[in-house]
Design a binder for this molecule. Structure first.
Ligand SMILES: NC(=O)c1ccc[n+]([C@@H]2O[C@H](COP(=O)([O-])OP(=O)(O)OC[C@H]3O[C@@H](n4cnc5c(N)ncnc54)[C@H](O)[C@@H]3O)[C@@H](O)[C@H]2O)c1
Ligand SMILES: [Zn+2]
Ligand SMILES: [Zn+2]
Length: 345
């Protein structure tokens, strides 16, 4: 089968690989119909994720059709249409029993990281009963690719951890797909203001269409002053970091109001300064989270009832044989205006 393989920092290739087989009774083999590329795949390619070794098939998002199941799988059968969760959950360990699937001692974020992922024609899914989701008949399957990772990530790591409430003033630093997913799902809670900050004018325009009340282009590095001016010197109740570089976290530290929350979403590959000399007395909370995907069933209901339309995040489509072009397009969003790119097998 064709697969996109990580070959060490800065290197990747489309290779021919053997089709995966059932290895454990709890596995399923899924024929990947549509997958996508995540900002985290770009972090892997930068060398920010040392767990991911050269030779790994990348990808932790996708929808497909169950091809085979192991003897221990009871909830899925060949032919079922499924969403692949980016998090594999055994459902049995202490972390899974607490709903923290991201830290499953037998799984967690392993797909496209420490085991082969979805940017291929087939993928082996461990713990299929608790790591796949049934797609309802008649659903827009392409839109549901957004439920593998970015919608639960924006919602759980940004909106829930950020404790957004009716009337909250929210800033989201980073208007990539994950920041936009946080923007869409923040509106479940009717915040008063959602300020989107990015460097990319197109992404800020999209943010406006997606419900941002204010957008700030941070190309002049003056986002902090602008947020403070907009909020009458008060700052924001929730500052969501959705980039994954030191500068954006430091922006969040500077704009959080007393009693507020900095909700980090970005994957960081370099150390970041924590300005406790300014923050120690401000009653703030800083949260970090690897997405658990516990909210996937709830988000699926909001998509089915048209409260949330994740298809809005899709800008480009490619065939799997052209996945290198998809990477080029996704990684040059400033010139291509790409948000999420769909890759069809
Ligand atoms: N915690 C988790 O479980 C989890 C899950 C998925 C993705 N992520 C991470 O979330 C982050 C966002 O993902 P994405 O797919 O949207 O990535 P992306 O790279 O597409 O988007 C990042 C955005 O940040 C903007 N940006 C860069 N520097 C900035 C700055 N100084 N100020 C303001 N904006 C700036 C870029 O223009 C871009 O639009 C990544 O770090 C990704 O790895 C985390
Ligand atoms: Zn991801
Ligand atoms: Zn577990």
């Amino acid at each position: 089968m064709k697969a996109l393989v990580y070959q060490g920092p800065g290197k990747k290739a489309l290779e021919n690989r053997p089709t995966p087989e059932i290895a454990q009774a709890t596995d399923a083999i899924v024929r990947v119909v549509k997958n996508t590329i995540c900002g985290t795949d770009l972090h892997i390619l930068k060398g920010d994720v040392p767990a991911c070794a050269p030779g790994r098939i990348l990808g932790h998002e996708g929808v497909g059709i169950v091809e085979k199941v192991g003897a221990g799988v009871t909830a899925f059968h060949p032919g079922d249409h499924v969403i692949v969760s980016c998090i594999s959950s055994c459902g049995k360990c202490d972390y899974c029993r607490r709903g923290m699937y991201s830290h499953c001692v037998n799984g967690g974020w392993i797909l496209g990281n420490v085991i082969d992922g979805t940017q291929a024609e087939f993928v082996r899914i461990p713990f299929a009963d608790t790591s796949l989701y049934h797609i309802p008949a008649g659903a827009n399957e392409e839109a549901l690719v957004m439920l593998s990772d970015i919608l639960p990530t924006g919602f759980e790591c940004g909106v829930l951890n950020g404790r957004i409430e009716p009337g909250s003033v929210v800033a989201i630093v980073g208007a990539g797909p994950v920041g936009l997913a946080a923007l869409l799902t923040a509106q479940f809670y009717s915040p008063a203001e959602i300020i989107m900050i990015d460097l990319d004018e197109n992404r800020l325009d999209v943010s406006k269409q997606f419900g941002a009340t204010v957008t700030i282009a941070n190309n002049d590095g003056k986002a902090v002053e602008k947020v403070m001016a907009l909020t009458g010197g008060r700052g924001v109740d929730t500052a969501i970091e959705a980039v994954g570089v030191p500068a954006s976290f430091i922006t969040c530290e500077a704009i959080v109001t007393p009693g507020g929350v900095i909700a980090n979403v970005g994957v960081h590959g370099a150390k970041v300064d924590l300005h406790l000399e300014r923050l120690w007395d401000r009653n703030i909370a800083i949260t970090t989270r690897l997405v658990d995907t516990v909210s996937t069933p709830m988000l699926l209901k909001t998509v089915q009832s048209h409260k949330l339309d994740p298809a809005r995040l899709i800008t480009h489509r490619f065939r799997l044989e052209n996945i290198l072009d998809a990477y080029e397009t996704f990684s040059h969003a400033a010139s291509t205006n790409a948000l999420k790119v769909i890759i069809e097998a």
